[in-house]
Every structure is written in structure tokens, then in C-alpha cells.
Design a protein around this ligand. Structure first.
Ligand SMILES: NC(=O)c1ccc[n+]([C@@H]2O[C@H](COP(=O)([O-])OP(=O)(O)OC[C@H]3O[C@@H](n4cnc5c(N)ncnc54)[C@H](OP(=O)(O)O)[C@@H]3O)[C@@H](O)[C@H]2O)c1
Length: 234
């Protein structure tokens, strides 16, 4: 791949899996727009990555549709296109909480980031991808969002990822006649602030699995749900 052949946006790029996705995308030759909701955090991540101009920072809270529009306008003005969108930003606010106890506000706040964030990002950037006749969207999902693996508790997080999975399939269907591929990836249990220190998978390994779907070739699948690069049931 030639240098900076693809322009990529990563949400929640300041830490955890998102940070490693930015690093990996730059390594494979992308121009990466690392976004996060806190300016200082974003600049700190950027200086730690030390990737020269391969990675740039743009502020984005995915729950703020004005900021999404500002980002889209900036992408259009700066690059004229977007090739890759990684919807990675996520919150996990109801660990071990029963569905009978979880606050409605926690349900809504979780959906706002994990589902509506990706929903608004896709609606903002797919028209740009259509115009350019190319796009790869990866929604960072979770086994907690698989109906086939559904357990009790953690309802806010689970339901947000079920909705994200459905969004993935619906978009893939509507985009099936285009060169825009949309997939969902479960990164497994990853050692980040969200996953905790006991998690067996490193953020670096998770990022590689996710980036695999960000640079899929023309014959790559769309509308799939994957873990360790292999399809898993919804
Ligand atoms: N870790 C796991 O075991 C695991 C398993 C399955 C799926 N996942 C998924 O993987 C993705 C990344 O998780 P992680 O483990 O890297 O978690 P993390 O370390 O907690 O990072 C979450 C990221 O999302 C960002 N974020 C939260 N709300 C946001 C908002 N409103 N706007 C923009 N960014 C926001 C955070 O930013 P701040 O720093 O500002 O909070 C942070 O950058 C999530 O979608 C998660 O659901 C993780």
C-alpha cells in the first residue's frame, strides 16, 4: 500500500483499543484522524504516538451532532474524501447491574455513545464515501451484543451493541451495490480501562483484528460479525 493511500477516522482514539487502532492504521499507510472528546487528552495521545503527520487530531464527542458536522466539513475541506471510519468510542456503565435495577439514564447515556454515536457518524460520512465510490466502516461491537451469546445483567451495554449490530447489517444491505463495506468486530476481552487488567487480549492484538476489516479488498465481506478475524453468529 502506498503512503497515506487511505484517509481514516477513529473515534475514541485517545486510549485503549482506539489508540492502538490509530497506531496500526498509520503503520499500514493510512492518514489517520484520531478523534476524542477531550482536547488535552487528544494532544497527549498524539504526542505519545509520535507519528509525524501520519496522525492528526480532531476533537469529537460522538454524542454531539454539531461536532460531527464540524468534523465532516473539516474532512471535506482538508482531504475531500473519507475512506475508513472506525466507530470505536464506547462506554460500559452498567457492569454487573441487573436489568431490574439499571437507571433509565444509564440506558440512555449508553445508547447515546455506543449506538447513536455510530449512527450519526455513518449518516454524516457515508454520503462522502458514496461520492468517492469507496468506503470501509468497522463498528467495534462486543459478544455482549450477540443474541446468540445473550446472558443476564449489563442490559444497557448489551442492548447498545445489539443495536449497533443491527445498524451494521441494515447499512450493509443498503450499501450492497456500492464499494462500501460495513462490518462489526468483537475485539474479545481486552486489557484496557474498560476490560480491566485480567483481560487476556492486548489492545495491540485487538487493533490488528479491527484494522484487518478497515483495509478489506474488493472481495472482502460486508455485513458480517467477526472475532479473531472469523465470522461469529449474531
Ligand atoms: N475492552 C474490552 O474487553 C472490550 C470488549 C468488547 C468490546 N469493546 C469495545 O471496544 C471499544 C473500545 O473500548 P476500550 O476497551 O478501548 O475502552 P476504553 O479504554 O474505556 O476506551 C473507550 C474510549 O471511548 C471514548 N469515549 C467514550 N465516550 C465518548 C464520547 N461521547 N465521544 C467520544 N469518545 C468517547 C473514551 O474517551 P474518554 O477517554 O474521553 O473517556 C475512550 O477513548 C468500545 O466500543 C468497547 O465497547 C471492548
Amino acid at each position: 500500500m502506498s503512503e497515506e493511500r487511505y484517509i481514516a477516522i477513529v473515534t475514541g482514539g485517545n486510549r485503549g483499543i482506539g489508540y492502538e487502532i490509530c497506531k496500526e492504521l498509520a503503520r499500514v499507510g493510512c492518514k489517520v484522524v484520531l478523534t476524542c472528546r477531550n482536547d488535552a487528552e487528544g494532544r497527549r495521545a498524539l504526542s505519545k504516538l509520535n507519528s509525524g503527520d501520519k496522525i492528526v487530531f480532531h476533537k469529537l464527542d460522538v454524542t454531539d451532532t454539531n461536532e460531527i458536522e464540524l468534523l465532516r466539513n473539516w474532512i471535506v475541506a482538508t482531504y475531500g474524501r473519507l475512506d475508513i471510519l472506525i466507530n470505536n468510542a464506547g462506554v460500559y456503565l452498567d457492569e454487573r447491574v441487573s436489568v431490574f435495577d439499571v437507571d433509565e439514564k444509564i440506558m440512555r447515556d449508553t445508547l447515546e455513545v455506543n449506538f447513536y454515536g455510530a449512527f450519526h457518524m455513518c449518516r454524516a460520512f457515508v454520503p462522502l464515501m458514496r461520492k468517492n465510490g469507496y468506503g470501509r466502516i468497522v463498528n467495534v461491537s462486543s459478544g455482549y451484543g450477540a443474541m446468540s451469546e445473550m446472558g443476564g445483567k449489563v442490559a444497557a451495554y448489551r442492548i447498545s451493541k445489539v443495536a449497533l449490530n443491527a445498524l451494521t447489517l441494515i447499512m450493509a444491505q443498503e450499501l450492497r451495490d456500492s464499494n462500501i463495506k460495513v462490518n462489526a468486530v468483537c475485539p474479545s476481552w481486552v486489557s484496557t480501562e474498560m476490560g480491566g487488567t485480567m483481560a487476556p487480549v492486548t489492545p495491540e492484538a485487538a487493533a490488528k483484528d479491527i484494522v484487518h476489516f478497515a483495509i478489506l479488498g474488493e472481495s472482502g465481506r460486508s455485513g458480517g460479525f467477526f472475532r479473531y478475524k472469523k465470522p461469529i453468529p449474531w
